[in-house]
Design a binder for this molecule. Sequence first.
Ligand SMILES: Cc1ncc(COP(=O)(O)O)c(C=O)c1O
Length: 370
Amino acid sequence: MPFRPHIKDLKPYVAQAPVERLRAELGLERIYKLASNEGAFGPLEAARLAVFGADPDELRRYPDSAAPELRAAIAVRYGLTAENVVLGNGADELIRLAALTVLENGDNGVYPWPSFPTYVAACASTGAEARPVPLSADRSVDLDALRAAVYASTRIVYVANPNNPTGLLAPRADLRAFVEGLPPHVLCVLDEAYAEYAEGDDEPEGPQLVREGLPNVVVLRTFSKVYGLAGLRIGYALAAPAAAAAIDRVRGIFNVNSLAQVAALASLSASDSADQIARRVAHVKGARMQIFKWLALAGHKPIASRANFVFAEASGGSGAGVEQSLLKLGVAVRALDGFGAPEAFRVTCGNDEENQYFAAAIDRLANGFE
Ligand SMILES: Cc1ncc(COP(=O)(O)O)c(C=O)c1O
């Protein structure tokens, strides 16, 4: 069977197994999973009530494909209109849908690398070429190199901000100049999956660019992280109406399930939503500083993160080595081979118990106990 050549070369994304499977496979009593950058806390109380209060009989119906109420609630948050909002089965799906709106055979998509592997798959699965652009020596996104990689055949650029797996932000003014300087045939996807954790200096301003009417910007956000809904799969794109309409045309009809819609709307509508999110963000800010410190004390080279995870170059030069050793101690972190950084690993900020357990485990490892 002649599959597309670009797909043949694609490495499948290997996600870390769920906790229960890991536990059974490793024969451990407990396992702490700090591997997949999920939020440290579950759904907001309002979202829990909305999901468990939903009528199970209604599950025989298809979800609301247009989801006007939820799209309006998202739009209001950003001073946009529902025409600016497209829902996706996680931001992950929207990364692929954006590629489908512009890429054809012979085109290419560019993205900084190391970064989120779905950009590679999104480009390659349309038959286009996936062109990684190396990060700078300090592992920040090299916007000049990214701009230099944009040719007439380039139709899409992805920038994760903060970047996964480094947790670094692009300076606001530089990113704005980059986006504004792109030729009009290039769609710029600003993947802001971790934006809530990056408040403060250089906080991502994707929604502002959409408000200003930039026609070629697509901003991605998700309910998987700070809202604690990763298992339900729901994210959204913000874009000028024409770009949003193009994404909507290639979207699967019922791509976002009913419970995800109900949970997302409840998450946004809860009267204490903003306070709860602020508390969660504050927790992550504390946790990422502690994790940075523990990693440095254990001899690894961490990067100060603006997301809910910390990247570190492994002291022995192998992220997979650290992953394997920590697994034996009951902690799952993420080796970064699949993200283009085999020398490094990434630790997700967990709750207090998970973080303390990680601290003890990384310390044991540094002291030669396995
Ligand atoms: C940079 C980035 N974009 C998108 C996603 C996908 O998020 P979602 O769960 O909304 O599909 C992730 C998930 O880890 C991510 O790190």
